[in-house]
Design a protein around this ligand. Structure first.
Ligand code: FES
Length: 122
């Protein structure tokens, strides 16, 4: 089985290099490595919570977005030409070395990070 590498940058500045078999969704690879991607619809192009941004050099090298993906991207405030839904990008040799930045709106926030009940007592 052929594998490729995908480099994922998180909003905290960390960078993760993931090895992925061909034929999977980029979203699935990110999720299966345990990175905190929401991907609430599981890849059905229905939630837009797998939003990533691609560097300019990659934006023209991946398969163009279909109409249903474009419609979902239009619902994301601030989305632009660098935006894609990672569930609509398939791993194949043409994207070996792909760099994506997982956007803050697509990150799972742990309850203990935000809920006052879980804040440390002062
Ligand atoms: S996982 Fe829902 S649109 Fe990609």
């Amino acid at each position: 089985m052929n594998t490729i590498e995908i480099h994922v940058e998180l909003p905290d500045g960390s960078r993760h290099t993931l090895e992925a078999p061909e034929g999977y969704r980029v979203m699935e690879v990110i999720r299966d490595y345990g990175l905190p991607i929401k991907a609430e619809c599981g890849g059905a192009c229905a939630c837009a919570t797998c939003h990533v941004r691609l560097p300019q050099v990659w934006a023209g090298r991946v398969v163009p977005a279909r109409d249903d993906e474009m419609d979902k991207l239009d619902e994301i405030p601030g989305a632009d030409d660098s935006s894609r839904l990672s569930c609509q990008l398939l791993t194949d040799s043409s994207i070996d070395g792909l760099v994506v930045r997982l956007e803050a709106d697509s990150i799972v926030v742990a309850m203990n990070d935000t809920h006052p009940q879980f804040q440390a007592a002062s």
